[in-house]
Design a protein around this ligand. Structure first.
Ligand SMILES: [Zn+2]
Ligand SMILES: [Zn+2]
Length: 102
């Protein structure tokens, strides 16, 4: 998790919202359950964004989109060794690698 203030106020303290806290008879903290991931910046009160969750979602989308077979090829344009799938497109520079099958 990497929380940032949506107003970019620079605050580094956040409060979890919508969390249920379990306490014992004396009020001591036992456990908590986050009902909904929702955080607020303590500096200015703006909603906080979880940057840490974004790359995971992007990664999951990429994995879902991966073609079944990848061909390793040296891209003639950017000269990096890349893996290309059915789209025959260099992931580094976007060049169309028509010569993959040659
Ligand atoms: Zn803030
Ligand atoms: Zn390339």
């Amino acid at each position: 998790m990497l929380l940032v203030c949506s107003s970019r106020c620079g605050g580094s303290l956040f409060r979890a919202l919508f969390a249920e806290v379990d306490v014992d008879a004396g009020g001591a903290y036992l456990d908590h359950q986050v009902l909904q991931a929702n955080y607020m910046c303590l500096g200015c009160g703006s909603p906080a964004l979880d940057l840490g969750a974004v790359p995971v979602e992007i990664q999951a989308e990429r994995e879902a989109d991966l073609p079944e077979t990848l061909v390793e090829i040296l891209c003639p344009v950017c000269e990096s060794l890349v893996e290309v799938g059915a789209n025959r497109e260099c992931p580094d520079c976007g060049a169309y690698l028509a010569e993959v099958d040659a």
